[in-house]
Design a protein around this ligand. Structure first.
Ligand code: SF4
Ligand code: SF4
Length: 360
């Protein structure tokens, strides 16, 4: 059997072929195809297009490359798939092949350019603690630092209180925007730089689950050795007895972020933390835990398909309000940004923990 001409797809040949010959069982799970109502961007359509491009059945051009970016990396299709096909991973590798050939959509190319422009400008330090000598390195996440600096500060304060020692923000970005853009060499360079920085500290904590999963899972795929980060949510749930009951928290509804839930298998911990702080289990969306619906914030979809991303977020917000509203809480910089930018004053779990945690 001839090798696929897109070499990064060869290890995924079995997954690709399962999708191509599948009756689209994961179709209803995909947030992108649900809002676009387009067969080409169903999980089946995206995998088929990548497979046909890999085999040489369709031209290698921007038109046939584009569907690979119609994925928010939410992993929802995997939960509906009898084969547990890792569609998001396959499409991430397809993006790398297309990007290297100059076939990435404009939104992805601009995201990669902006990443390097920020790096050149030395952007990304959360606060004065960047110069501290704390032995605990904290990867807050660029999404929080740039778009929710209030949460970035809360996350640092809360981590410091939970651990009982000074913390030092990690300066390097995990490189996830480059991975999603398709800039694989750039992602690997960013990964090596972060790995070198955190090797110096005694402990390494990651707050944003997208960053945490990138370091835990994607660095290994890229062949980069790194100290595995502890998760902020794990630190908080291990110190439940130090979280004080809030007298002011309103009715709270929890949104499972894809990266924390399906990405890192953390479903109970955030709910236990919210129950401790508010005195009762959080309200739920109709689809929750393994089958939770995406916020539309991941996979660079806000940059490559902004209208689809906004429509996905609007769907979550409309459901939240139809179910009775309250305070929408999530734990992911991209989801938080999506909700806030679409008019819902959502909060991050890190902020609630920062307000609730008693000092040691
Ligand atoms: S991910 Fe699974 S269910 Fe979905 S099209 Fe592929 S093989 Fe079928
Ligand atoms: S990972 Fe999510 S967005 Fe991507 S194809 Fe699967 S369901 Fe669709």
């Amino acid at each position: 059997m001839p090798q696929l001409r897109l070499k990064l797809l060869e290890p995924h040949r079995t997954s690709l072929e399962k999708c191509v010959y599948c009756p689209k069982l994961s179709r209803a799970a995909c947030p992108v195809s649900n809002v676009e109502a387009n067969e080409t961007v169903t999980p089946w359509g995206k995998m088929s297009m990548a497979y046909f491009a890999g085999r040489g059945d369709v031209p290698l051009d921007a038109l046939h490359a584009d569907p690979a970016w119609a994925c928010s990396g939410c992993y929802a299709c995997r939960e509906r798939c009898d084969h547990k096909n890792e569609v998001a991973t396959v499409l991430t590798d397809a993006r790398a092949e297309f990007f290297a050939r100059g076939l990435a959509p404009e939104g992805a190319r601009r995201a990669a350019e902006r990443f390097w422009a920020r790096e050149d400008a030395g952007d990304g330090e959360p606060d004065a603690r960047a110069a501290a000598s704390g032995a605990v390195r904290v990867l807050v996440g660029c999404g929080y630092v740039r778009h929710a600096p209030d949460v970035a500060e809360d996350a640092l304060d809360a981590t410091e209180a939970l651990i009982g020692a000074p913390v030092r923000p990690v300066r390097a970005c995990c490189g996830l925007p480059l991975l999603y853009a398709g800039d694989r060499p750039g992602f690997e360079a960013a990964a090596r730089r972060l790995a070198a920085e955190v090797a110096e500290g005694e402990r390494f904590v990651a707050v944003d689950p997208g960053c945490a999963r990138a370091v835990r899972v994607e660095y290994a795929r890229a062949g980069v050795d790194v100290k595995a980060p502890e998760l902020f949510v794990d630190l908080a749930v291990a110190s439940l007895d130090r979280l004080q009951r809030s007298t002011s928290e309103r009715r709270v509804r929890y949104h499972d972020p894809c990266q924390l839930g399906r990405g890192l298998d953390r479903y109970d911990a955030p709910r236990e933390i919210l129950a401790r702080i508010t005195g009762r289990p959080p309200e739920e969306f109709i689809h929750r835990r393994e089958h939770a619906d995406c916020s539309g914030g991941g996979g660079l979809v806000p940059a490559t398909r902004p209208a689809s991303s906004a429509a996905i977020a609007d769907g979550r917000i409309a459901e939240h309000r139809a179910l009775g509203g309250g305070l929408l809480v999530t734990h992911c910089a991209q989801s938080l940004r999506r909700f806030r930018s679409r008019g819902e004053p959502a909060e991050d779990l890190a902020s609630l923990v920062a307000r609730a945690v008693a000092p040691r």
